[in-house]
Design a protein around this ligand. Structure first.
Ligand SMILES: *[C@@H]1O[C@H](CO)[C@@H](O)[C@H](O)[C@H]1NC(C)=O
Ligand SMILES: *[C@@H]1O[C@H](CO)[C@@H](O)[C@H](O)[C@H]1NC(C)=O
Ligand SMILES: *[C@@H]1O[C@H](CO)[C@@H](O)[C@H](O)[C@H]1NC(C)=O
Ligand SMILES: *[C@@H]1O[C@H](CO)[C@@H](O)[C@H](O)[C@H]1NC(C)=O
Ligand SMILES: *[C@@H]1O[C@H](CO)[C@@H](O)[C@H](O)[C@H]1NC(C)=O
Length: 594
């Protein structure tokens, strides 16, 4: 009897293991077989098809180029070569700048970059296929590549180890700062705070709703960090007189109102008294004096522009003055981000230009959706220094964070001057994240796992870059690459954020190729995809006439600061070099008295 049941049991086990094996057939899309933006669709159990429509390639995996693709590929300079040319030969670019060729090249840069971003958007973290829900539900961040299917043999698809390396171990080993490494491009803290302030209008992860959601429904440059991300909040922040925002006067200058004056939800620790809590568009901006400083600058700018408009349009009501001023400030922001911020970051000698008319003759969609990948890559915490220098004083994190008295005790001008002079950290290359900020990096890596972000190499290929063949190919050295190899097992299993930060940097540059080639398309699409850049909007009347239009067309970071402070400091997104410092010392007649 026992022998018989034993035999039956054995048979059953064999049978079960056999059928398990069939059920375990790997989802073929886990191999990421479709190249060149081909779309993987699973059929039956083990079959798949790559949809190569309009990719310029054909074949099972979209690997065979059609003739014109061959020609185009042959003529197209590699991203590395283009970067090399754009960041050298200053004399050549100075010549180009004076000609119409500048417009042609800027147009080319804008279109080539923007075309890499699907528009209308396609996937999100719940939908790895095109769907109406993914299109219509703007509470999701979108994403460029669909999530790794849930039923893959390894966390990163089919490559790498059955378990990913511990996120804390990764950050401790590769990202933690030992000694501050300044950015070789001379980026300063003013840039760092501008970046943080600017991006938090559209990076508003909404954990309460679930994974991959955002509270920033404007999906771009909507200035919700100045005006609030919903109408109720905006109304709390508004004065309802002459289009202006609420404010308070301290020491003879304009500052944001307190939360008692403008009762909006703000995040402050309990030990910050209510009369010291500023109310701003973005609920997290109480965190750092640098963010409160930019909130103050934009508040002053808003009310300044309201005065200018009111003078020209005495009949306009509060609402029209407010709405038109908001559009002007959106325009100023885009102008400053392209011509000062991106210009500095790119290191290009080509003079960038914010001119929406450059795109009027080409196909371009005036819309944008913020992507999870853009949010992930924009975690530039290595910018943050070890301590903060303001005038003669030095602050460490514990007395800088949530310290709301710093803003008014120094004033905007002294803060801008101090942050301009202090160097920010280099972002790429690893080992430059302050230990206090390491948790943020752990969070990014853990989020990318929950959202099942595809491997770094898949993103390289999606953005027209060659996949790295080895970890040594990635880092360009021996030690870190060996460590990475032993942790990940396979370069095809390397994750997105570690890949971006540990890639070898361009010579004397703030980061490597992937951060630029993947980040710039998201950035430029987000800026130029704004409705104010469309032919219907981009005209004087939108901005209340030529005066407002000119405020947009001539905006700069220097003007933004200096038209709103009594004493104009040296303002730039890079630390001053000696030559500049000589000619721009505070007591020379540079200051623009108000
Ligand atoms: C297509 O890709 C799959 C998965 O990477 C591979 O196994 C297969 O050989 C490829 N087929 C062709 C025709 O290239
Ligand atoms: C480039 O040209 C613009 C006008 O087209 C001019 O305002 C600017 O100063 C020039 N920049 C350089 C670096 O030559
Ligand atoms: C968007 O999707 C989430 C999750 O399914 C849902 O809770 C939310 O109500 C949706 N939003 C809209 C406007 O339908
Ligand atoms: C906040 O900054 C002020 C200077 O404005 C300084 O005196 C004070 O010690 C700081 N507060 C804390 C809690 O560190
Ligand atoms: C006003 O300015 C002075 C000197 O700049 C400063 O010491 C003081 O703390 C400021 N007042 C407030 C309320 O911050």
């Amino acid at each position: 009897m026992t022998g018989f049941t034993g035999y039956v049991a054995l048979f059953l086990i064999m049978n079960i293991s056999y059928s398990l094996e069939t059920a375990n057939t790997v989802n073929p899309c886990c191999y990421f077989p479709c190249q060149h933006k081909g779309v993987c669709v699973r059929f039956e159990l083990t079959k798949y098809e790559c949809d190569c429509t309009r990719t310029g390639y054909y074949g099972v995996n979209c690997t065979i180029p059609v003739l014109w693709t061959r020609v185009y590929e042959f003529l197209r300079p590699s991203p590395g070569f283009a970067h090399y040319i754009l960041t050298r030969f200053k004399w050549f670019w100075d010549l180009i700048n004076a000609t119409f060729i500048r417009d042609t090249i800027v147009r080319l840069v804008l279109t080539v970059r923007s075309n890499l971003i699907p528009s209308p958007p396609t996937y999100n973290s719940l939908y790895g296929y095109v769907s109406w829900e993914a299109y219509a539900n703007v509470s999701y961040f979108t994403r460029v590549l669909p999530p790794i299917p849930d039923d893959c043999p390894t966390p990163m698809g089919t490559k790498g180890k059955p378990q990913l390396p511990d996120a804390r171990l990764l950050t401790e080993t590769f990202l933690k700062r030992e000694k501050f490494i300044p950015d070789p491009q001379g980026t300063n803290l003013l840039f760092a705070f501008f970046a943080q302030h600017f991006t938090h209008q559209f990076f508003k992860t909404y954990g309460k709703m679930g994974r991959g959601f955002t509270k920033g429904l404007g999906h771009g440059v909507d200035l919700s960090h100045v005006y609030g991300d919903n109408l109720e909040r905006q109304h709390m922040l508004r004065l309802f007189i002459d289009g202006k925002l609420k404010y308070q006067i301290i020491n003879g200058s304009m500052y944001p109102p307190t939360v008692a004056q403008a009762p909006v939800y703000m995040i402050y620790p309990d030990n910050v008294p209510k009369e010291k809590q500023y109310a701003m568009g973005q609920e997290v901006f109480g965190l750092l004096p640098g963010l409160m400083m930019f909130a103050t600058i934009w508040l002053r700018e808003h009310n300044r522009v309201c005065d200018i408009l009111k003078k020209e349009h005495p009949t306009w009501d509060d609402e029209q003055l407010f709405q038109t001023t908001r559009l002007i400030l959106i325009g100023e922001t885009i102008k400053i981000v392209i011509e000062d911020y991106v210009q500095h970051l790119s290191g290009y000698y080509l003079k960038l230009k914010f001119d929406p008319e450059l795109l009027f003759g080409v196909q371009f969609q005036y819309r944008n959706r913020i992507a999870v990948e853009f949010n992930q890559l924009y975690h530039w915490h290595p910018l943050m220094p070890d301590t903060f220098h303001i005038m003669e004083d030095e602050y460490d994190y514990s007395n800088f964070v949530y310290n709301t008295s710093i803003l008014t005790s120094y004033g905007v001008s002294a803060l801008v001057g101090s942050f301009t002079r202090q160097a920010a950290g280099k972002i790429g290359g690893g080992k430059n994240t302050h230990p206090k900020l390491l948790n943020v990096a752990v969070g990014i890596i853990e989020e990318s796992r929950k959202l099942r972000l595809q491997p770094f190499n898949e993103y390289r290929k999606r953005f027209n870059l060659k996949a790295y063949k080895s970890f040594k190919d990635l880092t360009g050295e021996e030690i870190v690459s060996k460590q990475l190899e032993s942790l990940y097992g396979d370069i095809e299993a390397l994750e997105f954020y570690p890949g971006l930060l540990l890639e070898k940097t361009h010579p004397n540059s703030i980061f490597g190729e992937s951060m630029i080639e993947i980040g710039a398309p998201f950035s430029l699409k987000g800026l130029m995809g704004n409705p104010i850049c469309s032919p219907e909007y981009w005209k004087p009347s939108t901005f209340g006439g030529e005066t407002g239009f000119n405020i947009v067309k001539t905006a700069s970071i220097e003007k933004l600061v200096c038209l709103n402070v009594k004493q104009c400091p040296f303002v730039a997104f890079h630390v001053p070099d000696l030559q500049n410092e000589d000619t721009r010392a505070p007591n020379t007649k540079q200051s623009e008295e108000l």
